[in-house]
Design a protein. Structure first.
Length: 335
């Protein structure tokens, strides 16, 4: 009966096909069900990173500054960009090295069934790998050197005729600022500001102008440092005999008050050897210089820096005392 086997086999074949397909279908469903889980993990990680960034209250610019203060000069911006890209390059190298360490630790461990005396695959004669390990660091050093040298030449560049010249004299433990190219005061003397233990010296400068600072010390080595300049330079006694380039220039592009410090350990009150840069618009700076050349009718002598600023009456920019730091007490027993 040739027709009987056909119908009797059909259900069996169909059942076998479904039975064999069952495990495959369940495997596919298992793979599909795992993918959304990985996506969820990725989303959670991204959300956690975003929350961590927002929780710090930092903007993108603050993150890219990597702890540096906001620069207020053209030269400071160049220094900051060098710092930012150097840190990014260092972090990239660090991530690659960490990744290789973890990858080697995870995928090149000795297997449980492996003979403990068996050595892993050796690479000491792998020429491409050795070339990579030599050439890559060499290229990185050359690139870093190029950008460092370029930035340094730009920051240290000097114009032959700066708009303002200031002689900065450091002494234990304060500062003196002279304006040799400005008009003399009513007594025929150079406009000068000298700090004391009771008054923070104010270095009044204009914005948008090229300023040259000539540095000199009367005793030990000090250091002229304004954090917002992203620049500092040692202040030597007799800089000519020490073969030191004792001057530098910058252009301040932001109005305001910025604390200055001595960054070289110079004695007992080194930590208190502060000054303040007061950056004024060019017109207010000219008014300040003009006022310094006049006689204060109350005192009978030319206006001091504090008196000139108070007389100008131009708001917070003309505050007669320092606003970023305060005088120090010379009494060692004071607490």
């Amino acid at each position: 009966m040739p027709g009987v086997p056909g119908p009797s086999r059909q259900p069996t074949t169909t059942l076998h096909r479904h039975a064999s397909r069952g495990p495959l279908d369940s495997g596919c469903h298992a793979k599909i069900s795992r993918r959304p889980g990985l996506k969820r993990v990725g989303k959670v990680a991204a959300l956690a990173g975003l929350v961590a960034l927002l929780a710090t209250g930092c903007s993108g610019d603050e993150v890219l500054r990597f702890g540096w203060p906001v620069g207020v000069t053209e030269q400071a911006d160049k220094m900051r960009w060098l710092w930012t890209w150097s840190v990014i390059a260092a972090l990239a190298v660090g991530v690659i090295v960490w990744g290789l360490i973890f990858w080697s630790s995870a995928f090149h461990r000795r297997k449980k069934n492996q003979d403990p005396t068996d050595l892993p695959r050796q690479f000491q004669y792998n020429v491409p790998l050795e070339l990579f390990c030599v050439i890559t660091p060499l290229v990185m050093v050359c690139v870093l050197f190029f950008f460092t040298a370029t930035t340094e030449s730009q920051v240290l560049a000097k114009k032959p005729n700066p708009d303002v010249t200031i002689n900065v004299t450091a002494f234990q433990w304060n500062w003196e600022f002279d304006y040799p190219n400005e008009p003399k005061d009513a007594a025929g003397q150079m406009i000068r500001t000298v700090g004391s233990s009771s008054e923070i010296p104010l270095l009044v400068v204009p914005t948008g102008k090229t300023i040259q600072y000539n540095l000199r010390s009367t005793d030990v080595i000090h250091s002229f440092w304004v954090p917002e300049f992203h620049f500092k330079r040692d202040v030597f006694p007799y800089p000519e005999k020490n073969n030191q380039d004792s001057s530098f220039q910058n252009t301040i592009d932001t109005e305001g008050s910025f604390v200055g410090r001595c960054a070289e350990l110079c004695g007992t009150y080194h930590a208190m050897m502060n000054f303040e840069v007061r950056a004024l618009p060019a017109n207010l700076y000219q008014q300040y210089i003009q006022t310094r050349t006049q006689v204060n009718p109350v005192t009978g002598v030319p206006y001091t820096a504090a008196e000139a600023l108070a007389r100008m009456n131009c708001g917070q920019l003309c505050t007669p005392q320092a606003v970023t730091t305060q005088p120090f007490n010379t009494d060692r027993t004071a607490r």
